[in-house]
Design a protein around this ligand. Sequence first.
Ligand code: 4AD
Ligand code: MG
Length: 463
Amino acid sequence: MDHGARVAIKQLFKLQEPQANVCVKGWVRSVRRGKGVAFITLNDGSCLASLQIVLNPELENYEAASKVGTGACLAIVGQVVASPAAGQDWEMQAQDIEIIGAADDDYPLQKKRHSFEYLRTIAHLRPRSNTFGAVFRLRSALAFAVHKFFQERGFIYVQTPIITANDCEGAGEMFRVSSLDPLNPPKNEGKVDWSEDFFGERTGLTVSGQLQGELFATAFSDIYTFGPTFRAENSNTSRHAAEFWMIEPEIAFADLGANCQLGEDFLRYLVVYALEHCQEDLDFFNQHIEKGLRDKLESLAQAEFRTISYTEAVAQLQKSGQSFEFPVEWGQDLQSEHERYLTEKIFSGPVFVTDYPKQIKAFYMRMNDDNQTVAAMDLLVPRVGEIIGGSQREERYDILQNRMAEQGIAADDLDWYLDIRRWGTCPHAGFGLGFERLLMYLTGMENIRDVIPFPRTPGHAHF
Ligand code: 4AD
Ligand code: MG
């Protein structure tokens, strides 16, 4: 069989007139055999829709081809003709079919609707389902949009290290990276001697590229990172993954207000990008995953983002009369039930919460004049809760030193971070957007495990 050039099914659906000798390749979604005719739906992942292939008994290998299993991989040369069936413009009359890879009949993705829990157990096959096809096409498009947004604005993309010796968020949730023999590590006074390790000190997988991002912001003014980050927190929730992707812009000559504005512009841009470039997949989510999703996204594109201080948010939650599992108390971190109540019930839309108590936030956040709160911001959105976390950074050398000492962070470990405050320090700010949280928001998918190709969560790293 002369395959000729393979045409993506997405391109084929854009044809303006019938065409002969078109070659498509893909995976069988379903097979139907009628009297003297058989139908195969073929999907190649280029778009949600599958192509209907019509098989006539004149085909040389009609018997074999009309009996292929769901999941088989086929190459087909045929004639693209107008389809009499509803919901599709084109179908293909097969002239030649090659079975590239047969599929046994225990192929687990049969036509019935499977639960997402089940599909997670077959993560090697779930990209071939409608839902996950749509999720991962959208993920790809949005990754491109992230770069587009920043590149259009002159931001420099910096690749910060994945292996690092410092714990940016200071919560001790790093995965250790070591080449020492776990059974017999070198010891010094009864403790593991990390100076003997590969890097000569204790290292782990990064929880955030921010600290290195700040170094680049004080050279390039506007930078962003976009890469994997890792957290060894043992929280088995639908919104936490042990490995997730984060986008972290860092801007020099900027305060908290400018930071919130950038976050708002960024989120709006991504939502509009999805609405404009991922229509077919969004329609699918709108219909099958979250009813009203499209309206929600369209209204976010227009919405005014609100801002409320932490102190005011606590007051509003306390007087709401709502009974929460965790009490609301000034000085305690907001729990996700509180965050969702704020964004879903009180504001019915995106809201920035700013100026948190210093004791619940990281050492690098800029101290406010009240000496009690820091210039932090979290952006909360309905259903997902916190989607962005950021702050203005402490650019004053002495105050930063004090904050580090207060939190027990050794100045020696972060000498390079402190140096920036000695040589040309400037006000600067930044934030992190969790890429999977964004995708949950855009798709309506309720579990973070279902928007990342191969999720890493406690107990799960098989695929
Ligand atoms: O609020 P976080 O911890 O902030 C930072 O890491 C800062 N260094 C960012 C910065 O200022 N440059 O994380 C930022 C965002 C959260 O708002 C959330 O969207 C996402 O990252 N995130 C997670 N996503 C999935 N799984 C987890 N375990 C996450 N932890 C945080
Ligand atoms: Mg946070």
